[in-house]
Write a protein that binds this ligand. Structure first.
Ligand code: ACO
Length: 388
């Protein structure tokens, strides 16, 4: 039936609306589970590398040893920061948000990619899009790492082909070989952020793709959607909350927890929305949080920072007691990235680097059975009127 303004049921924010099929991931809010191509995400986070998970999301199956080796060779060969992207980034003020830098870099990489020049020239084949996806996957860490370094007045660090994705990412950001504990926690965050069905940024990428635009355009707009604090930007806001409460590395877990509880009680009394809590789909807790919280616990032990756990526990407990609202993935990743040494504005770009996998998997899936995404609206403006 064709819906008109008179017959349509308006579902604001598309809440509860199922718009298409996907075989990439399954979010089940009733059982708090998230499956990537059928595998529980916590199993993947415990046993797989991010490269294996990327292959799984793109191809539908985990890679065989020779497939993984070929993918790693391909990815490691294109990790260096594109010189034109570097020149463009250098022109941007260090006060611009790193998400603006990421979005600009994705756009420049698109304009530089010979396969992206003209979607009518047949460059949106699955083969071409897979190659573009691998290029973007490999290129984004260099952009994110360099951008944080230039803000600190530091020089570019060249990539290392002897390191895996996560270790190289940390190497390019900090210029030192990371500890295995830190690599593992970072890898877990990359795996957990990689894919989450029809979230706002992925849906944005699918809308753009549905017009038969190109992969880089879809990723560029997805980055814009992810920037918002109701979506990816929340991990930054979480850490700003921790900073507002005050971080004192000498404080005990219990004292930090008490201060955090008092802060939360006050914020809720003022009817504030506290970032890092709540989720459109999960109403009883985000399936990814326990896995990321375990990674955060490992970091807290490694860096000996019990007060961070105190702040975490205090906010979580108060919110639960007052409103029964649970943390989302951005809640544990914020303090985890802080402990690793990332600046707060770099947090959402880290999410970008990971989610490129999910976005590009969805772009390819959308094209396999494309239908232009074009909903209707119900007009509620003035009745027809005429110029005098
Ligand atoms: N802090 C305080 N109250 C909250 C929060 C929160 N974080 N989240 C929801 N609520 C309350 C709302 O005030 C509302 O209460 P009311 O019914 O008394 O008015 C109720 O819970 C329902 O909230 P909605 O915003 O209507 O729920 P919705 O499903 O639309 O929103 C959303 C989900 C946008 C994620 C929301 O929970 C929110 O704004 N959270 C903070 C932002 C955030 O952390 N985003 C990250 C998302 S996950 C990710 O991108 C990895």
């Amino acid at each position: 039936m064709v819906q008109t303004a008179d017959t349509a049921e308006i579902r604001r924010g598309l809440a509860g609306v199922v718009v298409d099929y996907t075989a990439i991931s399954k979010v089940n809010p009733d059982t708090n589970s998230l499956l990537y191509r059928g595998y529980p995400v916590q199993e993947l986070a415990a046993r797989c590398s991010f490269e294996e998970v990327a292959h799984l999301l793109w191809h539908g199956e985990l890679p065989l040893a020779e497939q993984l080796a070929a993918f790693e060779r391909q990815e490691r060969a294109v990790r260096a920061l594109d010189p034109v992207v570097k020149r463009v980034v250098d022109e941007l003020p260090t006060t611009s948000h790193p998400m603006d830098v990421c979005r600009t870099a994705a756009s420049v990489l698109g304009a530089r990619d010979p396969r992206a020049r003209d979607p009518r020239a047949g460059d949106s084949s699955r083969e071409a899009n897979l190659a573009k996806a691998v290029d973007l996957f490999a290129a984004m860490p260099a952009v994110v790492a360099y951008d944080q370094r230039r803000r600190r007045g530091e020089d570019l660090v060249e990539p290392r082909a002897d390191l895996g994705y996560s270790a190289n990412f940390l190497w390019m950001t900090f210029g030192v070989e990371p500890a295995p504990e830190v690599i593992r926690a970072f890898e877990v965050s990359m795996i957990l952020y990689a894919e989450h069905s029809f979230n706002a940024s992925t849906f944005t990428a699918r809308v753009v793709t549905s017009t038969l635009s190109d992969l880089h355009s879809a990723v560029t707009t997805a980055i814009g959607a992810l920037k918002g604090p109701l979506h990816g930007g929340a991990n930054e806001a979480v850490m700003e909350t921790f900073e507002e409460i005050g971080i004192d590395p000498d404080e005990s877990h219990e004292d930090a927890k008490a201060r955090a509880k008092a802060w939360m009680d006050n914020a809720l009394a003022q009817k504030k929305k506290v970032m890092g809590f709540g989720h459109r789909v999960y109403k009883h807790g985000d399936s990814r949080v326990p896995t990321m919280k375990a990674a955060l616990d490992d970091l807290i032990t490694y860096y000996r920072r019990p007060e961070i756990l105190g702040l975490y526990d205090g906010l979580e407990q108060s919110m639960d007691e007052a409103k029964g609202i649970k943390p989302n993935l951005d809640y544990p990743t914020g303090p985890a990235y802080h402990l690793m040494g990332f600046d707060i504005p770099t947090f959402t770009p880290l999410f970008v680097a990971s989610r490129i996998v999910g976005w590009t998997a969805h772009i390819m899936e959308q094209l396999e059975n494309n239908s232009l995404i074009r909903p209707l609206s119900a007009y509620n403006g003035p009745d027809e009127r005429h110029l005098d």
